[in-house]
Design a protein around this ligand. Structure first.
Ligand SMILES: [Zn+2]
Length: 225
């Protein structure tokens, strides 16, 4: 398996990734799509059931795909999966399918990528209840420093929402999260991960090479590689 190199910018959460020199991406495949992991330079995968695309009728098929495809060595995480109170099926179904995926991840020794919208109580509750051995990454985060602290205290990692992170007011949040728990992402939007790195180096007052090595270390910790 290829891993991020010293000079690579890591995009921890994107969709439909294409190889770009010096960018290492985790391409998030969703079980309702028909995309499958493919060997491509600088790209590895996460695979899971997105709550927006989950319902009573497709749950079994999607779970069967997760069981099968997450075993592929190119898939190094399970997700995105999680909780969404704005869009998606009942919280009961979201929780059940989330738990199934956490169990698959634990069996495989792979971490979990979490989508969470207005359901932080549920996420924290499930983390306490399931008490996983593998870490979870909350992607697209734009909450308060206090909430970030609660997630970090449960051993979680945080990747910031691409649209928020480039704004000046995000500096306070970025500085408040322990550096060994941060990741950056584009979420497949039309933004450049290198611009996001540049903004965060200013917020943290460190050179870009230092930020690269920091996030690369976080990558190795998170994926236990
Ligand atoms: Zn996403």
């Amino acid at each position: 398996m290829h891993l991020p190199g010293k000079n690579d910018y890591i995009d921890i959460h994107t969709h439909d990734a294409v190889p770009v020199k010096n960018i290492f991406s985790i391409d998030v495949l969703m079980a309702h799509e028909e995309r499958l992991p493919e060997r491509k330079k600088g790209i590895l995968y996460s695979y899971g059931i997105h709550p927006w695309h989950l319902n009573e009728f497709n749950q079994e098929d999607q779970l069967a795909s997760v069981k099968k495809i997450t075993a592929d060595p190119l898939v190094i995480a399970v997700g995105e999966t999680g909780f969404d109170r704005i869009r998606g099926p009942s919280m009961e179904l979201q929780c059940r399918i989330f738990e199934e995926q956490v169990r698959i991840a634990e069996r495989l020794g792979k971490p979990v990528v979490v989508h969470c919208v207005r359901a932080w109580d549920e996420l924290l509750l499930q983390h306490k209840r399931l008490n996983p051995g593998m870490p979870w990454l909350v992607h697209g985060f734009r909450g308060k420093p206090d909430l970030a602290r609660q997630l970090v205290s449960r051993g979680m990692y945080i990747s910031f929402w691409f649209e928020f992170i480039i704004k000046p007011e995000s500096a306070k949040l970025i500085r408040s999260v322990p550096k060994e728990r941060i990741f950056l992402e584009t979420d497949g939007a039309d933004v450049d991960i290198r611009d996001i790195y540049n903004k965060v180096t200013l917020d943290l007052g460190i050179p870009v090479d230092e930020l690269k090595s920091l996030i690369r270390n976080n990558f190795f910790d998170f994926f236990r590689t």
